[in-house]
Design a binder for this molecule. Sequence first.
Ligand SMILES: NC(=O)C1=CN([C@@H]2O[C@H](COP(=O)(O)OP(=O)(O)OC[C@H]3O[C@@H](n4cnc5c(N)ncnc54)[C@H](O)[C@@H]3O)[C@@H](O)[C@H]2O)C=CC1
Ligand SMILES: CC(=O)C(=O)O
Length: 417
Amino acid sequence: MTWAEVLSNRHIQKRFWKLVASMCKGHLDNVRPLEDTRVVQARHTNKLSLRPNKFSNFHLSSICNPRFYNFVAVKLTIRKTANMREFSTKDSFVTNVQPQLDHSGHKITVVGVGAAGIGSAFSILTRSVSNDIALVDSAQDKLEGEALDLQHGSSFLHNARIVASTDYAVTAGSRICVLTAGARLKKGETRFDLLQRNVEIAKNIIPQLLKYSPDTILLIVSNPVDILTHIAWKISGLPKTRVIGSGTNLDSSRFRFLISQRLGIGLSSCHGWIIGEHGDSSVAVWSSVNVAGVRLQTLNPSFGTDGDDEKWSELHQKVITGAYEVNKRKGNTGWATGLNVSGICEGILKNSRNVYAVSVLVQGLHDIKEEVFLSLPAVLGENGVTDVIIQPLENSEKAKLQKSAQVLSKVMKSVKW
Ligand SMILES: NC(=O)C1=CN([C@@H]2O[C@H](COP(=O)(O)OP(=O)(O)OC[C@H]3O[C@@H](n4cnc5c(N)ncnc54)[C@H](O)[C@@H]3O)[C@@H](O)[C@H]2O)C=CC1
Ligand SMILES: CC(=O)C(=O)O
């Protein structure tokens, strides 16, 4: 078929120029066939492609597939105009039909790519909590290394989008911002020893996060987590329901693990809660420890007390020292922390309304008078904390919880912020 025959056929003409016009829209002011246009190829496709030629003009190859004719390919030259962008391989097969959105709607920022932060990012990605992650750290090389390492593995994930920068602009549009930046526990230190250093860091980071994600939910992990959550709430001006500390959710996991080990029953069937401070004054709610609704305390009235021959109370002691023991051996608790963070994020992003032991403002609950953040079981949804569960605590448990609140209130009063 000659070029003249091709162009004289109205069916082909209509289809061809429609394709040319849609492809060249906004880029070309003149599209015309050259005299020497000829059949170049026959393929089973009707895709259009633009390719630069050596004369910096652009050749348009089109394969028309009219119903009543053989496959015909034509080639023509298009004059380049001033506003024409450079054509790339991408342009030869991708046709943009509207601007892309930058935000996925489930973006999570993790600030701090130390053990806790990168453990969180890894867990969020591998558990498919979100595939849209922004990482920030002040240590540029470490940040770039961690980001590249994750990006290189992302073909094993589900279309992960991992961005990283020391510039907080990269965090824009985050549904959740996780704060794990700061000093970590060294041998012999308690979480309170990190206080003033981490307060300074949080003061610097939180306004930058809010600048780019004003409606975000802040999930504080850096220690001492209850105090930093309180400070984050004050600095951010966010509603109390949108500032959450990871709290004793990890302690509760440690507790359940230990109960499960001791009973030889699967962890997800062993229920137990640690509430109060994420630290030395935490409270084990022995009265509600149960398996299949069987409260262990009804079988052993001294369960969890100092007078218990079976010494179940040692489990709580192991929870308190758990982080110190792991830190002593490997310097961080990154995996457990990461799994904990991803679980909490999942509850929020998926609007699960599951219950987590997280640090929330508890003034007025369980007769706590002080304005403090500490952990109670709380229902999480996509707008943050929706409900707090008031467990029917025994008097001794309630007294310990109130003591924990006093400890935190005293520390809070000592903070310079
Ligand atoms: N609440 C919890 O359950 C847990 C809390 N943590 C706490 O999380 C924090 C981090 O712990 P790790 O990751 O083990 O420590 P790490 O030392 O491995 O990482 C800390 C990261 O923060 C970065 N950083 C420091 N200042 C920064 C700033 N101004 N801006 C941005 N990035 C900054 C550092 O460059 C480093 O990459 C500690 O405070 C630790 O105690 C850790 C595990 C569990
Ligand atoms: C470090 C810390 O707070 C934890 O692993 O519990």
